[in-house]
Ligand binder design. Structure first.
Ligand SMILES: Nc1ncnc2c1ncn2[C@@H]1O[C@H](COP(=O)(O)OP(=O)(O)OP(=O)(O)O)[C@@H](O)[C@H]1O
Ligand SMILES: [Mg+2]
Length: 314
């Protein structure tokens, strides 16, 4: 734990201390890199970010229910609620976590102490509403978090990250740090524009070239393919070498809203519904799909990459 980092009143000491902290963080991330290189392989968890650009397109419902579908297939799954503004995985799951990642950052609790279990044993790292930006952590907080992830001892097959809406640096860094990024879009023109904007900024400014598209809330495959074609044509025309892989679709199913209202995951509340079927198919497709060829890590390495983006000296 590094929660007790002391901030000196002396300007000269402050500089020394900042440099010392930065060095410590760099050493720590270097250790993670080599640990990751040793451990990376088929046993390391797949880290998948679920994102969209536009809000309200189904990220949280899809992430939460996908985690359950994968768990039902015998996989060990953790959900990182990275929607730091409006945490709501807990609403989907009908749980009330007492503690969240803000307590870890404050050095008050360990990561394993704030980990919560949701339905079917899905592990959750709760975000905590009001805790806004992971990219603006102090160096002491970053050290804290790295140390906590380093000592986390969860065996996992999947880490799913439910990102917030929009293209803030917070969301971008999570997407960039994950091994795979699933972009969710609906037929709504604003959803298409925002999904495109997300891919544009990730590819033009950060060199990300591979995305997966999941179409939500459509009637059938024909409608879903139309959404995919619109985005793929825009990407081909205006973005450099971006590959957009079609991940299928989740049908529109009004029972999802009822499930949310009763704070029960739709896959449990309406297991025979179209949403549950779509999610189960998606889980199987993801599990069968090969890991990305440049796949390189585990959770610690994911966090290390996240830190790399936000660690640049101020
Ligand atoms: N396939 C679907 N069919 C019908 N309704 C759906 C479907 N998927 C999601 N919804 C509904 O859409 C709404 C938004 O879903 P959700 O909260 O999961 O979106 P989100 O992208 O996480 O939103 P935010 O950007 O605010 O975090 C919810 O009311 C949910 O019930
Ligand atoms: Mg959400």
């Amino acid at each position: 734990m590094f929660g007790g980092v002391i901030v000196s009143q002396n300007a000269g000491q402050n500089v020394d201390q900042a440099e010392g902290l930065r060095k410590l963080i760099n050493e720590k991330t270097e250790n993670l890199k080599s640990a990751s290189a040793n451990k990376a392989g088929n046993n390391a968890p797949r880290v998948i970010a679920v994102t969209s650009g536009k809000g309200g397109v189904g990220k949280t419902n899809i992430t939460g229910n996908l985690a359950i579908a994968l768990t039902k297939m015998g996989k060990k799954v953790m959900v990182f609620d990275a929607d730091l503004g409006l945490a709501n995985i807990d609403i989907i799951y009908g749980i009330n976590p007492r503690y969240n990642i803000a307590h870890v950052l404050a050095g008050e609790m360990s990561l394993s102490e704030v980990l919560t279990e949701g339905p079917h044993g899905v592990k959750i790292i709760p975000a905590g509403s009001g805790f806004v930006n992971l990219t603006q952590l102090t160096e002491g907080e970053k050290l804290n978090l790295l140390g906590e992830f380093e000592s986390m001892n969860e065996e996992l097959d999947y880490l799913l990250i439910d990102t917030g809406a929009g293209i803030s640096t917070n969301v971008l860094y999570f997407n960039l740090a994950a091994d795979e990024c699933i972009v969710i879009a609906t037929q709504e023109p604003t959803s298409l524009t925002d999904a495109y904007a997300m891919m544009k900024v990730m590819s033009n400014s950060h060199g990300a070239k591979r995305f997966k598209l999941l179409v939500n809330m459509v009637a059938d495959a024909k409608e879903a393919k139309q959404v995919y074609l619109t985005l793929v044509q825009a990407a081909d025309k205006f973005l450099n070498n971006v590959v957009l892989e079609y991940m299928g679709f989740i049908p529109i199913d009004n029972s999802v809203r009822n499930a949310v209202r009763t704070r029960t995951p739709a896959i449990d509340a309406f297991p025979k519904g179209n949403f549950a079927k779509g999610i189960t198919d998606l889980a199987m497709r993801i599990d069968k799909s090969p890991r990305p060829s440049d796949y390189d890590g585990n959770i610690k390495f994911f966090l290390k990459r996240f830190m790399d983006y936000s660690l640049k000296p101020n």
